[in-house]
Write a protein that binds this ligand. Structure first.
Ligand code: PLP
Length: 375
């Protein structure tokens, strides 16, 4: 039995007929950028997320870059200001900060949740701190009442990186991620819970000024044709991708329900003394983009290789944390003692098991059987 980590071909095939119809419609109508497919998708996505504005853009990294850039253009932030960000994240969150000449202040995660440790945030707030960039990594809710309180008390913007958590709900208020903070960046990279067939991203917000600035920045800095307010870039979502996303959005809840069934099976049946699962969240607080496990005592790579030999694909998220990457290794960001043992432990022990809308529960049972037999 071959069980890939994620078969995008199978994921697309789930809604293949409708996706093909949508693509043909756009191909044949002859309008490929900034048209009614974007308008429709943005309207539907705002409704789904529960926010006033959605601005489609080229990818998730750009979405995050535009949020910080817009805050700079609006005078809310200036280069050199500090942004609190989890050390355990995909590098895009941090690139969006450094791209704008803002300073990332890396905060360790809790090993039990893999998300930012909210008890460590307050000590890192300085007069230069302007925002907390929260990341719902692996699809797990990363916002806590304490984080919301800190933002209020210290007048910080809350920027959500919602690249991995489309559909995740904050239980205390019933709000979806992407509508809880002041602004959110979303990625529609093909493997994400809501994935395009190519690159795509969006900013969501309730702030009309931010929405207008982001829309301009992602369109050459222009609000009016051939009039340029900012030095922007070309960072738009194309009509074909918007049409595909609008089809897939209709099935996101159903697809996420399947992810939850897969996760529930893993949680109930995984039983190996080398394997630790992160704390189980209330089901609505986890969109299960990934199913991360920690494998202790240096056995992570052995488990990866053993599963590979037995036909099961797994992926490490992520093998090298951002602060250890060549591009950042010399940066100390006002913190020469930068030491992040928990982030490094996660990088050494994390392994993501197959999960997605198309994997069958028989396949999941086979993955569990193999892991439980692993010594
Ligand atoms: C995928 C991802 C991004 C970037 O999205 P792209 O569309 O690939 O640019 C940002 N942050 C996180 C946490 C991601 O997983």
């Amino acid at each position: 039995m071959k069980i890939p980590f994620l078969s995008l071909k199978d994921v697309t095939a789930l809604h293949g007929v409708e996706i093909n119809e949508a693509v043909s419609r756009v191909v044949n109508n002859g309008w490929y950028l900034q048209g009614q497919e974007n308008e429709q998708f943005e309207e539907h996505y705002s409704k789904y997320i529960g926010c006033k504005y959605t601005i489609g853009c080229a990818n998730g990294l750009d979405a995050l870059i535009w949020i910080f850039r817009a805050y700079i253009e609006m005078g809310v932030m200036q280069p050199g200001d500090e942004i609190i960000v989890p050390a355990n994240t995909y590098i895009a969150t941090i690139l969006a900060i450094t791209e704008n000449n803002l300073i990332p202040v890396l905060v360790e995660p809790k090993v039990s949740t893999l998300e930012i440790d909210d008890s460590l945030i307050e000590a890192r707030i300085t007069p230069k701190t302007k925002a907390i960039a929260i990341v719902h990594l692996y699809g797990r809710m990363a916002i806590s009442p304490k984080i919301l309180e800190l933002c209020k008390m210290h007048h910080l913007k809350l920027v959500e990186d919602n690249a991995q958590a489309h559909g995740c709900i904050y239980a205390p208020t019933g709000q979806r991620t992407g509508s809880i903070g002041d602004a959110a960046g979303h990625s529609f990279y093909p493997g994400k819970n809501l994935g395009a067939l190519g690159d795509g991203g969006a900013v969501t917000t309730n702030d009309p000024d931010l929405a207008v600035a982001v829309r301009a920045l992602a369109n050459y800095g222009s609000q009016e044709k051939y009039v340029f307010k900012y030095t922007g870039r070309n960072s738009r979502l194309d009509e074909v991708q918007a049409a595909i996303l609008d089809v897939k959005l209709k099935y996101l809840e159903k697809d996420n329900q399947h992810r939850k069934a897969v996760a529930a099976y893993y949680i109930e049946h995984l039983d190996n003394m080398n394997v630790t699962l992160p704390d189980t969240l209330p089901m609505e607080q986890n969109a299960f983009h990934l199913f991360p496990i920690l494998v202790g005592e240096g056995k992570r790579d052995a488990l990866h290789d053993y599963l590979e030999r037995n036909g099961v694909g797994t992926v490490i998220h992520y093998p090298i944390p951002p602060h250890k990457q060549e591009c950042y290794v010399k940066e100390v960001w006002n913190n020469p003692q930068l030491s992040l043992p928990i982030t490094e432990k996660i990088a050494n022990e994390e392994l993501s098991l197959p999960i997605g809308p198309s994997i069958s529960l028989e396949e999941v049972a086979e993955v569990v059987r193999l892991i439980n037999d692993f010594v």
